[in-house]
Design a protein. Structure first.
Length: 215
Protein backbone atom coordinates (compact mmCIF):
# COMPACT_ATOMS: atom_id res chain seq x y z
CA UNK A 1 0.00 0.00 0.00
CA UNK A 2 1.58 3.33 -1.05
CA UNK A 3 2.34 5.66 1.83
CA UNK A 4 0.13 8.74 2.10
CA UNK A 5 2.26 11.89 1.84
CA UNK A 6 2.30 14.26 4.78
CA UNK A 7 2.37 17.27 2.45
CA UNK A 8 -0.17 16.81 -0.33
CA UNK A 9 0.80 18.84 -3.39
CA UNK A 10 -2.39 19.99 -5.07
CA UNK A 11 -3.31 21.37 -8.49
CA UNK A 12 -6.77 22.88 -8.97
CA UNK A 13 -8.34 22.68 -12.44
CA UNK A 14 -11.23 25.12 -13.04
CA UNK A 15 -13.88 24.40 -15.66
CA UNK A 16 -14.79 28.08 -15.92
CA UNK A 17 -18.17 27.79 -17.64
CA UNK A 18 -19.32 24.90 -15.45
CA UNK A 19 -18.47 26.90 -12.31
CA UNK A 20 -20.29 29.96 -13.65
CA UNK A 21 -23.47 28.11 -14.62
CA UNK A 22 -23.56 26.11 -11.39
CA UNK A 23 -23.11 29.30 -9.35
CA UNK A 24 -25.83 31.01 -11.39
CA UNK A 25 -28.25 28.12 -10.86
CA UNK A 26 -27.62 27.63 -7.14
CA UNK A 27 -26.48 31.02 -5.80
CA UNK A 28 -28.12 33.28 -8.44
CA UNK A 29 -24.71 34.69 -9.40
CA UNK A 30 -25.39 36.94 -12.45
CA UNK A 31 -21.96 36.72 -14.10
CA UNK A 32 -18.54 35.02 -13.60
CA UNK A 33 -17.41 37.08 -10.61
CA UNK A 34 -15.21 34.41 -9.02
CA UNK A 35 -11.56 34.87 -8.09
CA UNK A 36 -10.14 31.45 -8.95
CA UNK A 37 -6.81 32.01 -7.20
CA UNK A 38 -8.61 32.81 -3.95
CA UNK A 39 -11.07 29.95 -4.36
CA UNK A 40 -8.27 27.44 -5.05
CA UNK A 41 -6.45 28.61 -1.93
CA UNK A 42 -9.62 28.38 0.16
CA UNK A 43 -10.24 24.78 -0.91
CA UNK A 44 -6.66 23.70 -0.21
CA UNK A 45 -6.46 25.48 3.13
CA UNK A 46 -9.78 23.96 4.20
CA UNK A 47 -8.62 20.44 3.33
CA UNK A 48 -5.09 20.89 4.70
CA UNK A 49 -3.46 20.48 1.28
CA UNK A 50 -0.63 22.50 -0.30
CA UNK A 51 -1.67 24.48 -3.37
CA UNK A 52 1.05 24.28 -6.00
CA UNK A 53 -0.78 25.44 -9.13
CA UNK A 54 -4.13 26.84 -10.29
CA UNK A 55 -5.34 26.22 -13.86
CA UNK A 56 -8.36 27.77 -15.59
CA UNK A 57 -10.15 26.71 -18.78
CA UNK A 58 -12.94 28.38 -20.75
CA UNK A 59 -14.38 28.93 -24.21
CA UNK A 60 -14.38 32.52 -25.52
CA UNK A 61 -16.55 33.96 -28.34
CA UNK A 62 -15.03 35.77 -31.29
CA UNK A 63 -14.85 39.56 -30.96
CA UNK A 64 -16.97 40.04 -34.06
CA UNK A 65 -19.77 37.80 -32.76
CA UNK A 66 -19.89 38.91 -29.15
CA UNK A 67 -17.65 41.88 -28.30
CA UNK A 68 -18.88 42.09 -24.71
CA UNK A 69 -17.97 38.56 -23.61
CA UNK A 70 -14.85 38.47 -25.78
CA UNK A 71 -13.60 41.59 -24.03
CA UNK A 72 -14.70 40.38 -20.59
CA UNK A 73 -12.88 37.05 -20.84
CA UNK A 74 -9.81 38.57 -22.49
CA UNK A 75 -9.40 40.99 -19.59
CA UNK A 76 -10.26 38.48 -16.88
CA UNK A 77 -7.91 35.76 -18.12
CA UNK A 78 -5.13 38.33 -18.61
CA UNK A 79 -5.48 39.32 -14.96
CA UNK A 80 -5.53 35.66 -13.89
CA UNK A 81 -2.31 35.05 -15.81
CA UNK A 82 -0.67 38.02 -14.10
CA UNK A 83 -1.67 36.53 -10.73
CA UNK A 84 -0.01 33.20 -11.59
CA UNK A 85 -2.99 31.21 -12.85
CA UNK A 86 -2.35 29.03 -15.93
CA UNK A 87 -5.15 29.86 -18.41
CA UNK A 88 -6.38 27.91 -21.42
CA UNK A 89 -8.95 29.48 -23.75
CA UNK A 90 -10.57 28.06 -26.85
CA UNK A 91 -12.72 29.89 -29.41
CA UNK A 92 -16.38 28.93 -29.29
CA UNK A 93 -17.94 27.03 -32.18
CA UNK A 94 -21.47 27.90 -33.30
CA UNK A 95 -24.38 25.66 -34.27
CA UNK A 96 -27.82 26.60 -35.55
CA UNK A 97 -30.69 25.96 -33.16
CA UNK A 98 -34.36 26.06 -34.24
CA UNK A 99 -37.10 26.64 -31.64
CA UNK A 100 -40.85 26.36 -32.17
CA UNK A 101 -42.55 29.37 -30.57
CA UNK A 102 -46.03 29.42 -28.98
CA UNK A 103 -47.48 31.46 -31.86
CA UNK A 104 -46.51 28.74 -34.33
CA UNK A 105 -43.51 30.49 -35.82
CA UNK A 106 -39.96 29.24 -35.59
CA UNK A 107 -36.93 31.05 -34.25
CA UNK A 108 -33.48 30.26 -35.61
CA UNK A 109 -30.47 31.32 -33.57
CA UNK A 110 -26.79 30.48 -33.48
CA UNK A 111 -25.64 28.98 -30.20
CA UNK A 112 -22.01 29.03 -29.06
CA UNK A 113 -20.58 25.74 -27.82
CA UNK A 114 -17.29 24.86 -26.17
CA UNK A 115 -15.26 22.36 -28.17
CA UNK A 116 -12.13 20.78 -26.75
CA UNK A 117 -12.13 22.48 -23.34
CA UNK A 118 -13.13 19.36 -21.38
CA UNK A 119 -10.69 17.29 -23.41
CA UNK A 120 -7.88 19.74 -22.57
CA UNK A 121 -8.70 19.54 -18.86
CA UNK A 122 -8.72 15.74 -18.95
CA UNK A 123 -5.42 15.58 -20.84
CA UNK A 124 -3.75 18.00 -18.42
CA UNK A 125 -4.99 16.12 -15.35
CA UNK A 126 -3.53 12.88 -16.71
CA UNK A 127 -0.34 14.45 -18.10
CA UNK A 128 0.54 16.18 -14.85
CA UNK A 129 -0.19 13.02 -12.90
CA UNK A 130 2.24 11.10 -15.11
CA UNK A 131 4.84 13.80 -14.42
CA UNK A 132 4.26 13.34 -10.67
CA UNK A 133 3.40 17.04 -10.46
CA UNK A 134 0.73 16.60 -7.78
CA UNK A 135 -0.67 14.28 -5.13
CA UNK A 136 -4.20 15.71 -5.31
CA UNK A 137 -6.10 16.97 -8.35
CA UNK A 138 -9.20 19.07 -7.72
CA UNK A 139 -11.48 19.52 -10.73
CA UNK A 140 -13.90 22.39 -10.12
CA UNK A 141 -16.80 21.00 -12.12
CA UNK A 142 -19.81 18.68 -11.90
CA UNK A 143 -19.35 17.34 -15.45
CA UNK A 144 -19.71 13.57 -15.21
CA UNK A 145 -17.51 13.06 -18.27
CA UNK A 146 -14.58 13.51 -15.90
CA UNK A 147 -15.46 10.27 -14.06
CA UNK A 148 -13.41 8.43 -16.69
CA UNK A 149 -10.43 10.62 -15.80
CA UNK A 150 -10.82 9.45 -12.19
CA UNK A 151 -10.45 5.84 -13.37
CA UNK A 152 -7.27 6.74 -15.27
CA UNK A 153 -5.76 8.52 -12.26
CA UNK A 154 -6.38 5.54 -9.98
CA UNK A 155 -4.82 3.20 -12.53
CA UNK A 156 -1.85 5.52 -12.85
CA UNK A 157 -1.41 5.57 -9.08
CA UNK A 158 -1.17 1.79 -9.07
CA UNK A 159 1.21 1.86 -12.02
CA UNK A 160 3.50 4.36 -10.27
CA UNK A 161 2.95 2.75 -6.85
CA UNK A 162 2.15 6.06 -5.24
CA UNK A 163 -0.69 7.68 -3.30
CA UNK A 164 -2.84 9.96 -5.44
CA UNK A 165 -6.30 11.48 -5.04
CA UNK A 166 -8.80 13.15 -7.37
CA UNK A 167 -11.59 15.36 -6.05
CA UNK A 168 -14.34 17.49 -7.55
CA UNK A 169 -15.42 20.83 -6.11
CA UNK A 170 -18.76 22.46 -6.79
CA UNK A 171 -21.23 25.05 -5.52
CA UNK A 172 -23.77 23.55 -3.15
CA UNK A 173 -26.46 25.02 -0.92
CA UNK A 174 -27.52 21.62 0.46
CA UNK A 175 -31.10 21.77 -0.86
CA UNK A 176 -31.47 19.57 -2.78
CA UNK A 177 -28.21 17.68 -2.21
CA UNK A 178 -25.79 18.19 -5.10
CA UNK A 179 -23.52 15.54 -6.52
CA UNK A 180 -19.93 15.93 -7.61
CA UNK A 181 -18.15 13.92 -10.29
CA UNK A 182 -18.63 10.19 -9.80
CA UNK A 183 -15.60 8.27 -8.45
CA UNK A 184 -14.06 11.43 -6.95
CA UNK A 185 -14.07 12.93 -3.46
CA UNK A 186 -16.69 15.68 -3.29
CA UNK A 187 -15.75 19.13 -1.99
CA UNK A 188 -18.82 21.30 -1.55
CA UNK A 189 -18.48 25.08 -1.82
CA UNK A 190 -20.98 26.99 0.32
CA UNK A 191 -22.34 30.38 -0.66
CA UNK A 192 -20.44 31.96 2.22
CA UNK A 193 -17.20 30.44 0.92
CA UNK A 194 -17.99 31.50 -2.65
CA UNK A 195 -18.80 35.05 -1.57
CA UNK A 196 -15.46 35.28 0.24
CA UNK A 197 -13.68 34.62 -3.08
CA UNK A 198 -15.35 37.18 -5.33
CA UNK A 199 -13.18 39.23 -7.71
CA UNK A 200 -13.86 42.94 -7.18
CA UNK A 201 -12.34 43.97 -10.53
CA UNK A 202 -14.62 45.07 -13.38
CA UNK A 203 -13.65 43.44 -16.69
CA UNK A 204 -16.50 44.87 -18.75
CA UNK A 205 -15.58 46.71 -21.96
CA UNK A 206 -16.58 50.39 -22.20
CA UNK A 207 -20.32 50.93 -22.54
CA UNK A 208 -19.81 52.42 -26.01
CA UNK A 209 -18.45 49.10 -27.29
CA UNK A 210 -21.02 46.60 -26.07
CA UNK A 211 -24.19 45.93 -24.10
CA UNK A 212 -24.09 45.75 -20.29
CA UNK A 213 -25.81 42.50 -19.26
CA UNK A 214 -25.14 42.97 -15.55
CA UNK A 215 -24.97 45.95 -13.20
Amino acid sequence: MPEEPVVKRTIVFFDGQNLFHTGKEIFQIPYPNYDVAALAQLLCTREGWQLTQTRFYTGVPEAGRDPFWHGFWSRKTAQMTRSGVVCFTRQLHYVTSTTQLANGTTQVVEVGQEKGVDVRIALDVIRLARQNAYDVAIIVSRDQDFSEVADEIRALGKEQNRWIKIASAFCCDGNPPRRGINKTDWLRISQTEYNSCVDSRDYRPPASQARLPFS
